[in-house]
Design a protein around this ligand. Structure first.
Ligand code: ZN
Ligand code: ZN
Length: 560
């Protein structure tokens, strides 16, 4: 047994702290800490779950970083998806630190910062560049994913190299012709990698993830068979896919109109940075499409996930200003539903069919390919990088588990594989690796409107109760000394029953309260809290007996 050195225990140890991205697909952020230096890899956000009533977005907990702000030397980004950059404005509001990323990634970050009125110290790098953040030396290596300009990271630390795949798949025929840099990956592997963190999103999928090129072929076939309007919904950040749609449109002599705020934003950024090329005369204003024959037009839109406020959703429910779905339209949903979105997507598909459109979605044609590595690609990554230790990241627990199984199949001892939870700390030195007994705060921080983190479990529980059973408010004015009711009690309800059709119930509720207050007066109960509890208990039983419902009951007594 080694002797534990107390105060200097941390000396020479590298701490790897995932603050988000484990047991979830979203809010990816990982901290690396060595002595007086901390660097961050990505800083994402996630979307609220069904139980998070009224929440707009979910952020990682930054409190550990704020506490150690003096150590924080910088952040490097793997790519520009929301689950990797969405939290940046919120972190920069707390801590000013340099942010390194490739051109498209930082372009997307800059758009975000502008919305929040933040400047930010953004440092543009290219794949292949090296960056120093504190004592860390980071090499970026080009990779392929569903957004251009993605990189993997090889972080040289004082205890060894940590390799982070970022989000990746292995696309031999990427749309921009810039494949993953295998040679460099193999060299890094040969030099020796202590620990690899790998994108495990598709670790359950056998074989290889198809190339983005495949979507192009399917698109061409659809265009060839269509002689009316084509509408295509896809992720705005997938600039390769959008480019492919534009190319196909040009090939078939169609003009392109664009609808949806994020689609317009990302497209103009991608054009400005040179990632997307649109031949002159191709683009038309979506407000001026009236006179263009259907067979000469493609409309690219947001809303492939069924988002209720998106352009496609508005078209499907006749609320779009300029585009109405009509019989003959071909609508392509070029994405597959993110887990949890199946129902909203299905709603849109139903509405579109009802309007007479011909809808093509992932269940009936290959109009989408994933951006994440399947089993065989993960194996290839393992055999190139040959890490000593492995930590699956970017996935729900089942994905992390399957990713660990793959590592084992590749010959890695089980003891060398670490499945962590957000907030756990992995301690590494040259010879040893272990999960620390102490954890750092890493729960979800909820954003509602302008409030960051002010909605917690108690507020959410109330929202859940209110949404399930509604609210009854009891109002009465009572003379404190005698306990006499001066006015009321009045019953106000929201979301409980429709009052006009339930006047009897409301009246008997009122009488129950009145009786109870009388009884309290007779028994000399004058304490406000006791009075409220008595009324609440009585009413809860009464309402439950009558309706089998349990609304939130809120007594308000006014002292006169
Ligand atoms: Zn991604
Ligand atoms: Zn991601």
């Amino acid at each position: 047994m080694r002797k534990r050195k107390k105060p200097t225990e941390d000396r020479g140890l590298l701490k790897l702290i995932p603050l988000g991205g484990l047991n979830e697909v979203g809010k990816n952020i990982t901290a690396l800490e060595y002595q007086n230096d901390i660097m961050l890899i990505d800083c994402g956000m996630s979307f609220p779950g069904d139980e998070m009533y009224g929440i707009d977005i979910v952020l990682p907990d930054f409190s550990y970083l704020v506490k150690n702000r003096d150590k924080l030397k910088g952040m490097i980004l793997t790519h520009g998806h929301e689950d990797h950059i969405g939290g940046i404005p919120y972190l920069l509001k707390e801590i000013d630190l340099p942010v390194y990323g490739t051109r498209l990634t930082l372009g997307l970050v800059e758009n975000k910062l502008k919305e929040h009125n933040i400047k930010g110290r953004l440092k543009t790098i290219s794949a292949g560049d090296e960056v120093r953040i504190g004592c860390f030396r980071i090499e970026t290596i080009r990779t392929t994913h569903s957004i251009a300009d993605s990189v993997c990271l090889a972080v040289e630390t004082p205890v060894g190299t940590i390799f982070h795949t970022g989000d990746f798949k292995i696309d031999y025929t990427p749309v921009d012709g810039e494949p993953i840099n295998f040679q460099r990956l193999a060299e890094i592997g040969r030099k020796g990698v202590l620990l690899m963190l790998a994108d495990s999103t598709n670790a359950e999928r056998q074989g290889y993830t198809a190339s983005e090129k495949k979507v192009g072929t399917v698109l061409e076939n659809i265009f060839r068979d269509s002689n009316d309007r084509i509408l295509i919904a896809t992720f705005s950040s997938n600039v390769h896919r959008v480019q492919r749609i534009i190319d196909t449109a040009v090939m078939f002599g169609r003009k392109v109109a664009v609808s949806g705020r994020s689609m317009l934003n990302v497209l103009s950024l991608a054009v400005e940075l040179g990632y997307t090329k649109i031949p002159a005369g191709t683009l038309v204003d979506v407000n001026r499409i009236k006179n263009i024959p259907g067979r000469e037009l493609v409309i690219i839109t947001t809303g492939s996930q069924g988002e209720p406020m998106s352009a496609l959703a508005r078209m499907a429910s006749n609320e779009h200003r300029t585009v109405q779905i009509r019989s003959g339209d071909k609508v392509i949903l070029s994405s597959s539903p993110v887990p949890g979105n199946e129902k909203t997507v299905s709603n849109i598909v139903n509405k579109l069919f009802e309007k007479g459109a011909d809808v093509i979605y992932s269940d009936i044609a290959d109009i989408h390919v994933s951006g994440h590595a399947s089993v065989e690609e993960l194996k290839l990554m393992h055999s190139l990088i040959k890490p000593k230790y492995f930590m699956p990241v970017h996935g729900e627990y089942r994905h992390l588990h399957q990713s660990a199984v793959i590592a084992e199949e590749m010959g890695m001892p089980k003891a060398n594989i670490f499945i962590l939870k957000n907030g756990q700390v992995l301690n590494l030195d040259k010879n040893e690796i272990s999960i620390s007994k102490t954890e750092v705060p890493a729960g979800p921080v909820l954003v509602d409107g302008l409030g960051v983190g002010d909605v917690g479990n108690i507020v959410l529980r109330d929202r859940k109760l209110l949404s399930e059973s509604g609210l009854i408010i009891v109002v009465a004015a009572i003379e404190k000394s005698s306990g006499e009711i001066i006015s009321g009690p009045d019953i106000i309800s929201r979301g409980f029953v429709y009052v006009r059709e339930n006047e009897d119930l409301i009246e008997s509720t009122r009488m129950t309260v009145e009786k109870r207050l009388e009884k309290c007066r007779e028994n000399g109960v004058r304490d406000w809290g006791a009075l409220k509890n008595a009324v609440r208990d009585e009413l809860r039983e009464f309402i439950y007996a009558k309706t089998r419902r349990e609304p939130v009951i809120l007594p308000i007594f006014i002292e006169v």
